[in-house]
Write a protein that binds this ligand. Structure first.
Ligand code: M6R
Length: 538
């Protein structure tokens, strides 16, 4: 990053300033044209190209804007020539008091405040000033002029604005006494889980209920496959959901990275129900995967946190996570609520099929108990902090788990690498002997998930293989569980719980471990280098 490449960019005639989120794919052709028209450039950015293209159309238009604002029309004309994605806001020296903003495949929200308008790509940036917002749609422009604003499309059609109300408060977007948003969001998970499940169990307490699926139970029952697409942490949540649906409902599930699905043209059974999972609802790959699935005629449901996001608006139905804004770049409460909602979807499908009433009641009671179990896992924080201090200097980590905790091993490795820049890999514990074991030595700790259950002894054997090669071992084990003496250098206990709740509870120690290690290393936890909260470019 250089000063010259930093936004805002200014056109070479000095009249326009532009900020831009997204990628203009055909910028080099446009730049070549503008250079031939004597426009000059100070940076290497596509944004400066777009800014000069607006200036070019403005200069060409003169007063010929058909009664429309020449500022607005020059932005509209320029956007007709660009390929790619954008959320932009432009100023013009000849139109003081005006802003023109537009979006295509990058989020853009207009805040309607008291005597002011605000533009942002995320509602959390606006909420301290206003909770009244307009979620702009793809291909829409907003022209703010003094006290008024007007929305229109690229094709010059007027749009009646719909002002929505953000349903969370400014307090939820502040750190509330914590050192970082990530820390706050880790510790508010019991409440987040309560909010995510509130009102979503049937009156007889034997199944889940969702208001926004736009499918009858009969229609839902008739799907014989499920496909889940997501990115990053949300993809890990899908892997756990796959495990639970297949385990309890015995319906086949496929999970794919959204970025792969959109290009690989997978053959899908026509009777497949498609899910996308995204905290932000703006991840471009997930949005594109969803559009591709819809284009092929599949019904798409979204599990999503941000109300009014692009994914929420375009899905055929869905389930809001209701966990409030997640500000830390590292996803925490959004992840555990996705695990919870995935477990609830598994319950819903199971009860539509073969699961008995009594098993449904047990499952529901287990889910209702999840917030309390998470509180107990969080109570280990001081111990995990002390462990983190002793491990913060290592440069390589393995995270190893099996079955529903294999995705949690992936999540632990992702959390650690994204906020502390330590190389870490998640693996199925038994798969470790097929390659990663070569990394094991006194310099490479392994974090093992060792919950009690059928394969506990197999996990112990894998731990023994690590110990035999002098690898330090941190075990995340069920309270009261007897690990052979000397096998683990450190043990973090988690409460015993139902299979559907175990992944949620087991996530807490790896979130805390990653967080405290990153703090110990002096990393910028909430804004790790090279990462954005929502990835709106391909
Ligand atoms: O907003 P989304 O859930 O679609 O985001 C997907 C990923 O970009 C996100 O989970 C990312 O992996 C996080 N930084 C992980 O902590």
């Amino acid at each position: 990053m250089t000063d010259a490449n930093a936004h805002p960019h200014v056109s070479s005639d000095g009249k326009f300033a532009l900020i831009h989120n997204g990628v203009i794919e055909n910028y080099s052709q446009i730049k070549a044209f503008l250079v031939s028209e004597n426009y000059t450039f100070k940076s290497e950015t596509d944004t400066e190209v777009l800014c000069n293209l607006i200036a070019y159309h403005y200069a060409k238009m003169g007063a010929q804007a058909d009664g429309q604002s020449p500022f607005l029309e020059s932005v509209r004309k320029a956007l007709h020539h660009v390929e790619g994605t954008y959320g932009i806001a432009a100023l013009c020296t000849e139109h003081p008091g005006e802003i023109v903003a537009a979006r295509k495949a990058s989020p853009l929200i207009l805040g309607v405040g008291d005597d002011e308008y605000l533009l942002a790509s995320d509602a959390s940036a606006l909420v301290s000033r206003t909770r009244n917002v307009v979620y702009l749609k793809d291909g829409e422009l907003v022209h703010i002029a003094g006290k008024d604003f007007a929305i229109s499309t690229l094709e010059q059609a007027d749009v009646s604005p719909v002002v929505d109300r953000i349903d969370w408060s400014v307090e939820e977007a502040t750190m509330d006494g914590h050192d970082h948003f990530m820390e706050k969001e880790i510790f508010e998970q019991p409440l987040a889980l309560e909010n995510a499940m509130r009102g979503r169990f049937s009156a007889d307490g034997s199944t889940a209920m969702f208001g926004g699926l736009n499918l009858t139970p009969e229609e839902f029952r008739n799907f014989n496959r499920f496909m889940f697409c997501a990115c990053g942490t949300a993809w890990h949540a899908c892997l756990v959901t796959e495990h639970l649906i297949e385990r309890f409902a015995r319906v086949p599930v496929e999970v794919d990275y959204a970025s792969e699905f959109r290009y690989r043209n997978a053959p899908l059974d026509p009777n497949t129900l498609f899910f996308v999972v995204s905290q932000s609802g703006e991840t471009i790959d997930t949005l594109a995967a969803m559009r591709e699935a819809k284009r092929k005629g599949f019904r798409v449901l979204a599990i999503n946190n941000v109300v009014g996001s692009s994914i929420a608006r375009e899905a055929d139905g869905g389930i809001y996570q209701h966990v409030g804004p997640e500000i830390g770049v590292a996803s925490t409460k959004a992840f555990t609520s996705q695990l919870l909602l995935g477990a609830m979807v598994a319950l819903y499908v199971s009860r539509l099929r073969d699961m008995s009433f009594n098993d449904g009641v047990d499952y529901v009671n287990a889910l209702r108990g999840a917030p309390e179990l998470v509180r107990r896992a969080l109570a280990q924080a001081p111990r995990i902090k002390a462990i983190a201090r002793r491990y913060a200097h290592y440069t390589d980590f393995l995270f190893l788990g099996r079955l529903s905790l294999f995705p949690i091993a992936l999540e632990g490795a992702l959390k650690l690498k994204e906020i502390s820049y330590i190389h870490s890999e998640g693996y199925p514990a038994a798969e470790m002997k097929h390659g990663p074991i070569a990394l094991v030595c006194e310099k490479c700790p392994s974090v093992f998930f060792a919950p009690k259950g059928e394969i506990f002894n197999k996990i112990v054997s894998s731990m023994q293989e690590i110990k035999a090669r002098k690898g330090p071992v941190i075990a995340i084990a069920t309270e009261g569980c007897e690990l052979p003496p000397g096998l683990a250098d450190d043990v973090i206990e988690i409460p015993d719980c139902h299979e559907a709740v175990l992944p949620i509870v087991a996530t807490i120690p790896v979130q805390l471990l990653s967080y405290y290690i990153a703090v110990e290393r002096g990393c910028d936890v909430d804004k790790p280098r090279n990462l954005a909260k929502s990835v709106t470019v391909e």
